[in-house]
Design a protein around this ligand. Structure first.
Ligand code: HEC
Length: 168
């Protein structure tokens, strides 16, 4: 009898110890989970904010690809440069806002540095094609689809890509 009692008592102590340990561990785990959850939420919010700044390409532009061979065609690049600098058509002068080297001028305040390779890597040809074709609401930059043929717009983009290369 006596030994049974002791053993019961022993078990009870063990149970209480275990309960305390479990409570502590659970508390710590819960705290960790809450903290991790909070971090996840913050990360998600930051990702959403980042998404928000990236505009979706309208479907009529989303599938656009640069004509074959143009990216490596030095003639296309030179034609693009002349358009960009306003040499061909003074009404199309990207450099007055984006700078002849791709760094925005006073007039182009708010534009990204087009000579920055990390900036270039973030945007597809299709996205840039769309951006220079259409005027974005609220933007200082005009749309150029009436002033530049599709071919000319692609030429300008090959030139933009080399501006970013120069920054490497
Ligand atoms: C009157 C000034 C102005 C002219 C001219 C202009 N841009 Fe822009 N451009 C801007 C500004 C400001 C932005 C950035 C924010 C925005 O969309 O308003 C921009 C944005 C861009 C972007 C998207 C990358 C970014 O910085 O957000 C590209 C690509 C671009 N311009 C290319 C061109 C090309 C190519 C030409 C010439 C055919 C041109 N721009 C002419 C002012 C100009």
């Amino acid at each position: 009898m006596g030994s049974r009692k002791r053993s019961t008592h022993g078990r009870q102590t063990m149970t209480t110890d275990y309960a305390q340990w479990a409570r502590r561990t659970c508390g710590a785990l819960l705290r960790m989970m809450l903290q991790a959850g909070l971090l996840l939420c913050l990360g998600w919010a930051a990702a959403m904010a980042d998404e928000g700044t990236k505009d979706a390409i309208p479907s009529e532009y989303a599938g656009k690809i640069m004509p074959m061979g143009m990216r490596d065609d030095p003639k296309a690049r030179v034609a693009g440069k002349d358009l960009y600098d306003g040499t061909v058509n003074p009404e199309v002068n990207c450099a007055r806002c984006h700078g002849s080297d791709g760094k925005p001028t006073k007039l182009g305040k708010g534009a990204h540095d087009l000579s920055d390779p990390t900036e270039g890597a973030k945007h597809s040809d299709a996205e840039w094609f769309w951006r220079l074709s259409e005027k974005k609401p609220g933007s200082k930059m005009p749309g150029f689809k009436d002033k530049l043929s599709e071919e000319q717009r692609w030429q300008v983009i090959t030139y933009l890509r080399t501006l970013a290369q120069a920054g490497r």
